[in-house]
Design a protein around this ligand. Sequence first.
Ligand SMILES: NC(=O)c1ccc[n+]([C@@H]2O[C@H](COP(=O)([O-])OP(=O)(O)OC[C@H]3O[C@@H](n4cnc5c(N)ncnc54)[C@H](O)[C@@H]3O)[C@@H](O)[C@H]2O)c1
Length: 449
Amino acid sequence: MRTSFDRRDFLKSSAVVASAVALSAVNYKRVMGANERLRVASIGTGGKGKGDLTSVAKSPSVDVVALCNVDSSEQHLGWAVEAYPQATTYADWRVLLDESKSFDACIVSTPDFMHAPVALPAMSLGKHVYCQKPLAHTVFETRQMQLAAKRNNVVTQMGNQIHSHEAYRTATAWVHQGKIGKAKAVHAWQSGNPKWRVAVQRPDGADPIQSDLRWDLWQGVAAERPFKVNIYHPFNWRHWRDYGTGQLGDFGCHILDPVFTALKLGSPTSVWAIAPAIHPEIWTDSSTVRYVFPKTEMTEGATIPVTWYDSVGVRPPRDLFSDIPDSYPLPSAGSVIVGTEGSIVIPHVAAPKLFPEEKFSSTELPKEIGLDHYVQWADAARGVGKATDDFSYAGPLTEAVLLGTIAIRKPGETLKWDAEKLLITNSEQAQSMISKPYRSGWEPKWIDF
Ligand SMILES: NC(=O)c1ccc[n+]([C@@H]2O[C@H](COP(=O)([O-])OP(=O)(O)OC[C@H]3O[C@@H](n4cnc5c(N)ncnc54)[C@H](O)[C@@H]3O)[C@@H](O)[C@H]2O)c1
């Protein structure tokens, strides 16, 4: 077996140096001044996209000029047409990008598998991008997102909005202030029951396609499949490897985010997982994923282990936390950073707590204020301030999360990761999962590196 792979071979063998989805527009990037208004397009206006759009539109300096959705029903596009009647509407994001002179920035709130195929050409046209989490569907796409943001010098923000929440900001500040000393280990978990587990295997047959849905456009870069009601669109696409990234992909970019910020993590050197074997087209219903990251200024020892757990009702074993009493109920989702001088519990969107309790109970601990994740991005795109969750930060976080989803598909194997070369150096099969095949005619145009 080969133990290392050449990156250029990989680029070629994955057929990733491919022609672009037809786009005739040239780069219409405007250099903006602080007094100028930002013209925003929303791609994927339903589901989370509704919140993304209304939150960005709260900025008094934003004009919503374009709305794009493959589903024109009230819940998906209709509500937005009523809210922003001046905006031009589109079913096909490629047509929107072809008319790229009309907008400066876009919000990408499509299902995971369509983030990079939409955001990459948008960035190459000079558009600032707010993109939902996880940044992309594969590790390779995630790296491309970082390269495109840098090359085109556009303002980016990933949609893990809790990054700006006072709870996560306070937790990371306390760690940076040295409250728990140096970190020795991290345990993070999600115990919720996903509503999107809709089938145990691919259902047979086809249902009539609802009249307001452009199913062919919804499928985008993915393999063509028959339409089935409530199996894929909306929301339940998360269950399927073709479209989503499972529970780790869905929540890892939230729950591991304060861990990344607090400990200044970059790329892991290895990842290992246990997960039950289930149907190969769907994501597992439980996993434990163990990453090893190299030492940082915030950690103790040569490496730091970060362990992720997901399954219904799961918590990390209590005996891992000697300074957290058993009487303290661990939250249903969150993380614990175990340090040399204490531990911090960071619940998924609630106030953090430091242990041992007696050490921290006598002092008033400073709290950080929350920031507006959405308006921050719109302002930064106008040249005012900075986006704090741009793709240079969100990229390595997403790469680590998605590496975990590869380990879940190769349970029991320790996968060695060379981040610089984008190579899993000890498994050709795992390396093939860094990217994926694309529907003919829909291949994104990649940046060679
Ligand atoms: N940050 C968060 O807290 C949070 C919460 C929920 C979802 N999300 C993320 O938001 C994204 C969407 O998730 P969701 O739950 O809203 O999914 P969803 O299926 O409910 O909504 C997706 C929307 O995009 C539209 N759409 C699909 N493909 C499109 C395309 N090619 N062009 C234009 N429109 C398209 C759909 O019609 C729908 O309106 C995912 O990446 C998900 O991970 C983030």
